[in-house]
Design a protein. Structure first.
Length: 350
Protein backbone atom coordinates (compact mmCIF):
# COMPACT_ATOMS: atom_id res chain seq x y z
CA UNK A 1 0.00 0.00 0.00
CA UNK A 2 2.98 2.36 0.56
CA UNK A 3 3.53 2.52 -3.22
CA UNK A 4 -0.10 3.46 -3.86
CA UNK A 5 -0.83 7.21 -4.05
CA UNK A 6 -3.06 8.44 -1.23
CA UNK A 7 -6.71 9.03 -2.06
CA UNK A 8 -7.37 12.77 -2.07
CA UNK A 9 -10.98 13.75 -2.87
CA UNK A 10 -11.32 16.50 -5.46
CA UNK A 11 -14.43 18.66 -5.76
CA UNK A 12 -15.54 22.29 -5.66
CA UNK A 13 -18.17 23.71 -3.35
CA UNK A 14 -20.94 25.26 -5.42
CA UNK A 15 -23.56 27.69 -4.12
CA UNK A 16 -26.19 24.98 -4.62
CA UNK A 17 -24.20 22.44 -2.63
CA UNK A 18 -23.84 24.88 0.27
CA UNK A 19 -27.57 25.63 0.16
CA UNK A 20 -28.40 21.92 0.13
CA UNK A 21 -26.10 21.20 3.08
CA UNK A 22 -27.90 23.90 5.09
CA UNK A 23 -31.32 22.50 4.13
CA UNK A 24 -30.17 18.97 5.00
CA UNK A 25 -28.96 20.09 8.44
CA UNK A 26 -32.27 21.87 9.13
CA UNK A 27 -34.37 18.86 8.09
CA UNK A 28 -32.23 16.51 10.18
CA UNK A 29 -32.74 18.66 13.29
CA UNK A 30 -36.50 18.61 12.80
CA UNK A 31 -36.52 14.83 12.44
CA UNK A 32 -34.27 14.23 15.46
CA UNK A 33 -36.34 16.44 17.76
CA UNK A 34 -39.81 15.38 16.62
CA UNK A 35 -41.80 13.53 19.30
CA UNK A 36 -43.04 10.43 17.54
CA UNK A 37 -44.98 7.86 19.50
CA UNK A 38 -43.09 4.54 19.58
CA UNK A 39 -45.25 2.54 17.23
CA UNK A 40 -45.07 5.24 14.57
CA UNK A 41 -41.31 5.69 14.94
CA UNK A 42 -40.89 1.96 14.39
CA UNK A 43 -43.30 2.11 11.46
CA UNK A 44 -41.32 4.89 9.73
CA UNK A 45 -38.03 3.08 10.32
CA UNK A 46 -39.44 -0.19 9.00
CA UNK A 47 -40.97 1.49 5.97
CA UNK A 48 -37.68 3.16 5.06
CA UNK A 49 -35.81 -0.12 5.44
CA UNK A 50 -38.18 -1.92 3.09
CA UNK A 51 -38.12 0.89 0.54
CA UNK A 52 -34.30 0.88 0.60
CA UNK A 53 -34.09 -2.88 0.07
CA UNK A 54 -36.59 -2.73 -2.78
CA UNK A 55 -34.99 0.25 -4.53
CA UNK A 56 -31.35 -0.79 -4.17
CA UNK A 57 -31.96 -4.26 -5.59
CA UNK A 58 -34.33 -2.95 -8.29
CA UNK A 59 -31.63 -0.62 -9.62
CA UNK A 60 -29.55 -3.71 -10.34
CA UNK A 61 -32.36 -5.62 -12.00
CA UNK A 62 -34.28 -7.35 -9.21
CA UNK A 63 -37.90 -7.84 -10.42
CA UNK A 64 -39.73 -7.90 -7.05
CA UNK A 65 -42.32 -5.21 -6.38
CA UNK A 66 -42.38 -3.06 -3.25
CA UNK A 67 -45.34 -5.07 -1.96
CA UNK A 68 -43.48 -8.35 -2.51
CA UNK A 69 -40.43 -7.01 -0.68
CA UNK A 70 -42.68 -5.91 2.18
CA UNK A 71 -44.19 -9.39 2.43
CA UNK A 72 -40.74 -10.98 2.42
CA UNK A 73 -39.67 -8.60 5.20
CA UNK A 74 -42.67 -9.74 7.24
CA UNK A 75 -41.59 -13.36 6.85
CA UNK A 76 -44.31 -14.30 4.36
CA UNK A 77 -43.70 -16.45 1.30
CA UNK A 78 -44.04 -15.10 -2.23
CA UNK A 79 -43.89 -16.66 -5.69
CA UNK A 80 -40.53 -15.53 -7.05
CA UNK A 81 -37.16 -16.87 -8.14
CA UNK A 82 -34.86 -17.96 -5.32
CA UNK A 83 -32.14 -15.52 -6.34
CA UNK A 84 -34.51 -12.54 -6.43
CA UNK A 85 -35.72 -13.32 -2.90
CA UNK A 86 -32.19 -13.89 -1.62
CA UNK A 87 -30.99 -10.52 -2.95
CA UNK A 88 -33.75 -8.68 -1.10
CA UNK A 89 -33.46 -10.62 2.16
CA UNK A 90 -29.66 -10.23 2.13
CA UNK A 91 -29.91 -6.48 1.72
CA UNK A 92 -32.55 -6.21 4.44
CA UNK A 93 -30.33 -8.11 6.89
CA UNK A 94 -27.30 -5.98 6.04
CA UNK A 95 -29.20 -2.73 6.62
CA UNK A 96 -30.67 -4.03 9.87
CA UNK A 97 -27.17 -4.77 11.18
CA UNK A 98 -25.25 -2.03 9.34
CA UNK A 99 -23.42 -0.81 12.45
CA UNK A 100 -21.68 -4.18 12.87
CA UNK A 101 -19.49 -3.64 9.78
CA UNK A 102 -16.85 -1.64 11.66
CA UNK A 103 -14.57 -1.83 14.67
CA UNK A 104 -13.95 1.06 17.01
CA UNK A 105 -15.62 3.42 14.53
CA UNK A 106 -13.16 2.42 11.79
CA UNK A 107 -13.89 0.57 8.54
CA UNK A 108 -11.38 -1.82 6.97
CA UNK A 109 -11.20 -3.46 3.57
CA UNK A 110 -12.26 -6.67 5.34
CA UNK A 111 -15.45 -4.92 6.49
CA UNK A 112 -16.18 -3.99 2.88
CA UNK A 113 -15.57 -7.60 1.85
CA UNK A 114 -17.95 -8.71 4.61
CA UNK A 115 -20.58 -6.27 3.36
CA UNK A 116 -20.29 -7.71 -0.13
CA UNK A 117 -20.31 -11.31 1.13
CA UNK A 118 -23.53 -10.77 3.08
CA UNK A 119 -25.18 -8.77 0.28
CA UNK A 120 -24.45 -11.42 -2.38
CA UNK A 121 -24.76 -14.59 -0.28
CA UNK A 122 -26.24 -17.43 -2.38
CA UNK A 123 -26.80 -15.15 -5.40
CA UNK A 124 -23.63 -15.35 -7.52
CA UNK A 125 -22.90 -18.00 -10.15
CA UNK A 126 -19.54 -18.58 -8.47
CA UNK A 127 -19.92 -18.64 -4.66
CA UNK A 128 -16.16 -18.09 -4.31
CA UNK A 129 -16.72 -14.53 -5.54
CA UNK A 130 -18.98 -13.67 -2.58
CA UNK A 131 -16.89 -11.36 -0.41
CA UNK A 132 -13.87 -11.52 -2.72
CA UNK A 133 -12.23 -8.91 -4.93
CA UNK A 134 -12.60 -9.64 -8.62
CA UNK A 135 -9.78 -11.24 -10.60
CA UNK A 136 -11.18 -10.39 -14.04
CA UNK A 137 -11.65 -7.21 -16.04
CA UNK A 138 -15.17 -5.75 -16.10
CA UNK A 139 -17.01 -2.93 -17.83
CA UNK A 140 -19.76 -0.94 -16.15
CA UNK A 141 -22.99 -0.56 -18.12
CA UNK A 142 -26.56 0.65 -17.90
CA UNK A 143 -28.71 -2.45 -17.55
CA UNK A 144 -31.64 -0.76 -19.25
CA UNK A 145 -29.93 0.79 -22.27
CA UNK A 146 -27.06 -1.75 -22.47
CA UNK A 147 -24.73 1.24 -22.89
CA UNK A 148 -21.18 0.81 -21.62
CA UNK A 149 -20.53 3.56 -19.06
CA UNK A 150 -16.82 2.92 -18.59
CA UNK A 151 -14.16 0.26 -18.12
CA UNK A 152 -13.26 -0.39 -14.48
CA UNK A 153 -9.65 -0.50 -13.20
CA UNK A 154 -7.68 -3.69 -13.86
CA UNK A 155 -7.92 -6.51 -11.27
CA UNK A 156 -4.43 -5.75 -9.98
CA UNK A 157 -5.46 -2.20 -9.12
CA UNK A 158 -8.56 -3.16 -7.14
CA UNK A 159 -7.15 -3.96 -3.69
CA UNK A 160 -4.65 -1.03 -3.61
CA UNK A 161 -7.37 1.42 -4.62
CA UNK A 162 -9.82 0.07 -2.03
CA UNK A 163 -7.09 0.25 0.62
CA UNK A 164 -6.32 3.88 -0.15
CA UNK A 165 -10.03 4.71 0.00
CA UNK A 166 -10.29 3.01 3.39
CA UNK A 167 -7.20 4.83 4.65
CA UNK A 168 -8.78 8.16 3.74
CA UNK A 169 -12.17 7.18 5.21
CA UNK A 170 -10.51 6.54 8.59
CA UNK A 171 -8.34 9.68 8.39
CA UNK A 172 -8.71 12.89 10.34
CA UNK A 173 -9.38 14.74 7.08
CA UNK A 174 -12.45 12.60 6.46
CA UNK A 175 -13.60 12.96 10.07
CA UNK A 176 -13.54 16.74 9.73
CA UNK A 177 -15.57 16.68 6.51
CA UNK A 178 -19.39 16.81 6.52
CA UNK A 179 -20.64 13.19 6.83
CA UNK A 180 -22.93 13.52 3.80
CA UNK A 181 -20.00 14.55 1.61
CA UNK A 182 -17.94 11.64 2.96
CA UNK A 183 -20.79 9.22 2.22
CA UNK A 184 -21.14 10.60 -1.30
CA UNK A 185 -17.43 10.35 -2.05
CA UNK A 186 -17.19 6.80 -0.69
CA UNK A 187 -20.24 5.77 -2.70
CA UNK A 188 -18.84 7.09 -5.97
CA UNK A 189 -15.29 5.85 -5.42
CA UNK A 190 -16.38 2.28 -4.68
CA UNK A 191 -18.60 2.23 -7.77
CA UNK A 192 -15.71 3.63 -9.82
CA UNK A 193 -13.26 0.98 -8.57
CA UNK A 194 -15.94 -1.67 -9.12
CA UNK A 195 -14.06 -4.18 -6.94
CA UNK A 196 -16.49 -7.08 -7.33
CA UNK A 197 -17.88 -9.14 -10.19
CA UNK A 198 -21.44 -8.22 -9.15
CA UNK A 199 -23.22 -6.35 -6.36
CA UNK A 200 -20.99 -3.26 -6.54
CA UNK A 201 -23.85 -0.76 -6.46
CA UNK A 202 -25.56 -2.37 -3.47
CA UNK A 203 -22.26 -2.60 -1.61
CA UNK A 204 -21.45 1.06 -2.35
CA UNK A 205 -24.88 2.22 -1.17
CA UNK A 206 -24.62 0.10 1.98
CA UNK A 207 -21.15 1.51 2.66
CA UNK A 208 -22.52 5.06 2.31
CA UNK A 209 -25.26 4.16 4.79
CA UNK A 210 -22.61 2.80 7.17
CA UNK A 211 -20.68 6.08 6.95
CA UNK A 212 -23.80 8.08 7.87
CA UNK A 213 -24.48 5.70 10.76
CA UNK A 214 -20.93 5.90 12.13
CA UNK A 215 -20.89 9.70 11.88
CA UNK A 216 -24.22 9.76 13.78
CA UNK A 217 -25.99 11.48 10.93
CA UNK A 218 -28.81 8.93 10.75
CA UNK A 219 -29.40 8.43 14.48
CA UNK A 220 -33.00 7.26 14.09
CA UNK A 221 -32.19 5.23 10.96
CA UNK A 222 -34.96 6.92 8.98
CA UNK A 223 -32.73 7.83 6.06
CA UNK A 224 -32.34 6.07 2.73
CA UNK A 225 -31.18 7.34 -0.65
CA UNK A 226 -31.89 4.20 -2.65
CA UNK A 227 -35.45 5.25 -3.46
CA UNK A 228 -34.18 8.50 -4.99
CA UNK A 229 -31.76 6.64 -7.26
CA UNK A 230 -34.41 4.15 -8.35
CA UNK A 231 -36.91 6.91 -9.21
CA UNK A 232 -34.77 7.89 -12.22
CA UNK A 233 -32.20 5.20 -12.99
CA UNK A 234 -31.13 6.87 -16.23
CA UNK A 235 -30.19 10.01 -14.27
CA UNK A 236 -28.23 7.86 -11.81
CA UNK A 237 -26.19 6.25 -14.58
CA UNK A 238 -25.83 9.54 -16.48
CA UNK A 239 -24.26 11.38 -13.54
CA UNK A 240 -21.92 8.47 -12.87
CA UNK A 241 -20.82 8.60 -16.51
CA UNK A 242 -20.42 12.38 -16.42
CA UNK A 243 -18.29 12.18 -13.27
CA UNK A 244 -16.13 9.46 -14.81
CA UNK A 245 -15.30 12.01 -17.51
CA UNK A 246 -14.15 14.64 -14.99
CA UNK A 247 -12.49 12.29 -12.47
CA UNK A 248 -10.83 12.89 -10.05
CA UNK A 249 -13.13 15.93 -9.79
CA UNK A 250 -16.38 14.60 -8.26
CA UNK A 251 -18.33 17.87 -8.12
CA UNK A 252 -21.03 16.65 -10.54
CA UNK A 253 -21.62 13.50 -8.48
CA UNK A 254 -21.74 15.36 -5.16
CA UNK A 255 -24.25 17.86 -6.60
CA UNK A 256 -26.49 14.93 -7.50
CA UNK A 257 -25.85 13.08 -4.23
CA UNK A 258 -26.74 16.12 -2.11
CA UNK A 259 -29.90 16.65 -4.15
CA UNK A 260 -30.94 13.11 -3.28
CA UNK A 261 -30.20 13.59 0.40
CA UNK A 262 -32.18 16.83 0.51
CA UNK A 263 -35.20 15.35 -1.25
CA UNK A 264 -35.16 12.13 0.78
CA UNK A 265 -34.82 13.92 4.12
CA UNK A 266 -37.51 16.41 3.17
CA UNK A 267 -39.96 13.56 2.56
CA UNK A 268 -39.12 11.95 5.89
CA UNK A 269 -39.42 15.32 7.65
CA UNK A 270 -42.91 15.90 6.25
CA UNK A 271 -44.01 12.42 7.35
CA UNK A 272 -42.51 12.85 10.82
CA UNK A 273 -44.09 16.29 11.32
CA UNK A 274 -47.49 14.89 10.42
CA UNK A 275 -47.18 11.92 12.77
CA UNK A 276 -45.79 14.02 15.62
CA UNK A 277 -48.58 16.60 15.51
CA UNK A 278 -50.54 17.13 18.72
CA UNK A 279 -53.66 15.57 17.19
CA UNK A 280 -51.84 12.37 16.23
CA UNK A 281 -50.06 12.09 19.58
CA UNK A 282 -53.33 12.59 21.46
CA UNK A 283 -55.01 9.92 19.33
CA UNK A 284 -52.20 7.52 20.26
CA UNK A 285 -52.97 7.84 23.94
CA UNK A 286 -50.06 10.03 24.95
CA UNK A 287 -47.29 7.50 24.41
CA UNK A 288 -43.79 8.82 25.08
CA UNK A 289 -40.63 8.55 23.02
CA UNK A 290 -38.46 5.51 23.65
CA UNK A 291 -34.75 5.13 24.22
CA UNK A 292 -32.63 3.67 21.42
CA UNK A 293 -32.32 0.39 23.32
CA UNK A 294 -36.08 0.15 23.79
CA UNK A 295 -36.55 0.75 20.07
CA UNK A 296 -34.07 -2.04 19.33
CA UNK A 297 -35.91 -4.41 21.68
CA UNK A 298 -39.19 -3.74 19.91
CA UNK A 299 -37.54 -4.31 16.54
CA UNK A 300 -36.11 -7.57 17.92
CA UNK A 301 -39.64 -8.67 18.85
CA UNK A 302 -40.93 -7.77 15.38
CA UNK A 303 -38.15 -9.83 13.81
CA UNK A 304 -38.20 -12.83 16.17
CA UNK A 305 -41.76 -12.86 17.52
CA UNK A 306 -40.76 -12.40 21.17
CA UNK A 307 -37.87 -11.51 23.45
CA UNK A 308 -36.50 -13.01 26.66
CA UNK A 309 -34.23 -11.54 29.31
CA UNK A 310 -31.50 -13.85 28.03
CA UNK A 311 -31.69 -12.17 24.62
CA UNK A 312 -31.02 -8.78 26.21
CA UNK A 313 -28.14 -10.19 28.26
CA UNK A 314 -26.54 -11.52 25.07
CA UNK A 315 -27.21 -8.43 22.93
CA UNK A 316 -26.12 -5.78 25.42
CA UNK A 317 -23.80 -7.61 27.81
CA UNK A 318 -25.97 -6.74 30.81
CA UNK A 319 -26.99 -8.73 33.88
CA UNK A 320 -30.24 -10.67 34.17
CA UNK A 321 -31.42 -8.14 36.74
CA UNK A 322 -30.76 -5.20 34.40
CA UNK A 323 -32.52 -7.02 31.56
CA UNK A 324 -35.51 -7.68 33.81
CA UNK A 325 -35.72 -4.00 34.77
CA UNK A 326 -35.65 -2.93 31.11
CA UNK A 327 -38.45 -5.33 30.23
CA UNK A 328 -40.44 -4.26 33.31
CA UNK A 329 -40.24 -0.60 32.27
CA UNK A 330 -41.51 -1.43 28.81
CA UNK A 331 -44.31 -3.52 30.32
CA UNK A 332 -45.33 -0.59 32.53
CA UNK A 333 -45.47 1.63 29.44
CA UNK A 334 -47.94 -0.83 27.92
CA UNK A 335 -45.63 -1.62 25.00
CA UNK A 336 -45.04 -5.31 25.70
CA UNK A 337 -46.63 -8.03 27.82
CA UNK A 338 -45.41 -11.24 29.40
CA UNK A 339 -46.65 -14.36 27.67
CA UNK A 340 -45.33 -16.88 30.19
CA UNK A 341 -44.29 -16.72 33.83
CA UNK A 342 -41.08 -17.89 35.45
CA UNK A 343 -37.45 -17.88 34.36
CA UNK A 344 -38.28 -18.51 30.70
CA UNK A 345 -40.77 -15.61 30.45
CA UNK A 346 -41.22 -14.42 26.88
CA UNK A 347 -42.36 -10.91 26.03
CA UNK A 348 -44.47 -10.02 22.99
CA UNK A 349 -45.98 -6.80 21.72
CA UNK A 350 -48.95 -5.68 23.84
Amino acid sequence: MKDTPAFVPAFSYTHEMVRRLAAIAAAREVILHAHLVPKWEISVRREQLIRAAHASTAIEGNPLSLDEVSRLADGREIMAARRAKAEVLNYLRVLEHISTYQKNQAVSDNHILALHRDITRDTLDDPAMEGAFRTVRVVVGNRRTKEVVYSAPSPGEVRPQVERLVAWLNSEDARRMHPVLVAGLVHYELVRIHPFVDGNGRTARALATLVLTLREFDIKRFFTLDDFYDSDRNAYYAVLKRTNGTYPDCTAWLDYFLEGVEISLSRVKERVLLLSSDEHRKAAGGQVALSERQMQIIEFIHTNGSVKSGDLMRLYGISRQAAGKELARMTDLGLIRAEEKGRATRYVMA
